[in-house]
Ligand binder design. Structure first.
Ligand code: T5A
Length: 215
């Protein structure tokens, strides 16, 4: 199974992913945990360019193609080999990030983006996407505090510094994507305490497993 985690800045994707990974490990499974951008050696280089607040004047299309290059390499080098080996793959961000941020956020045509993403991934889409939804001010507050604590305000802060309007468009974009694909995208109320968010993720995962006949 291929599961992606999506949401605005500070939604709690990384924390929720860890809760699900721990749950699977307790069941004796060995999920592969990975992320975009930055799931490969190439991707880590691209990540440092894409997220650094000092990266200025990056055109929306240049930004897009860097994310797609990261994804193409990630799919070929990490995700497909793990799926072929029978592992569950848990991925922090994937195609829906591009549709929400570069599409709904930056204004690039979403249908054109879908085609570009399918080309980069050779058609690979997640079986389940967990969309962690919460108000923008709540997410940005959490992300800001985490970045200050970890000293990553500059090195990882380029998107956090975007306008509130941009983040609202991204959140709205994600909600549209979830309405369009309710079978794949499960919306999780990420404003709740982490234990509750984790339970919602485990429940959606279990339902998907049962639907796929693997429960
Ligand atoms: N991007 C990415 C694109 O524009 N296009 C693309 O195609 C792709 C792939 C990636 C950036 O790139 C953009 C989107 C992003 O802007 P990133 O740093 O990888 O940036 O983003 P993430 O690592 O996903 O980090 P986020 O900032 O979005 O945070 P998370 O992972 O959603 O949140 P997390 O788990 O780190 O939690 C944040 C803080 O909140 C606390 C945690 O302890 C932490 O301090 N927290 C909670 N607090 C209270 N209640 C809860 N339920 C909590 N859950 C977490």
């Amino acid at each position: 199974m291929f599961v992606s985690f999506e949401g605005i800045e500070g939604a709690g994707k990384t924390c929720a992913l860890k809760v699900l990974a721990d749950h699977l490990q307790r069941q004796g499974l060995d999920p592969l945990v990975t992320r975009e951008p930055g799931g490969t050696y190439l991707g880590r280089g691209l990540r440092s360019i894409l997220l650094d607040a000092r990266t200025r004047h990056l055109s929306p299309r240049a930004e897009l193609f860097l994310f797609l290059a990261d994804r193409a390499q990630h799919v070929a080098e990490v995700i497909v080999p793990a799926l072929e080996a029978g592992q569950i793959v848990l991925c922090d961000r994937y195609v829906d990030s591009t549709l929400a941020y570069q599409g709904h956020g930056r204004g690039i045509d979403v249908e054109w983006l879908r085609t570009a993403c399918l080309s980069a991934t050779d058609g690979l889409m997640p079986d389940l996407t967990l969309l962690l939804d919460l108000p923008v001010n709540c997410g940005l507050g959490r992300a800001g505090q985490r970045n200050r604590e970890e000293g990553t305000v500059i090195s990882e802060g380029r998107f956090d510094a975007e306008s509130i309007r941009f983040h609202e468009q991204v959140r709205q974009g994600y909600r549209i994507l979830a309405e369009e694909e309710p079978d794949r995208i499960a919306v999780v109320d990420a404003s709740q305490p982490l234990d509750d968010v984790g339970m919602q993720c485990i429940s959606a995962f279990t339902k998907c497993q049962q639907r796929m006949g693997r429960g």
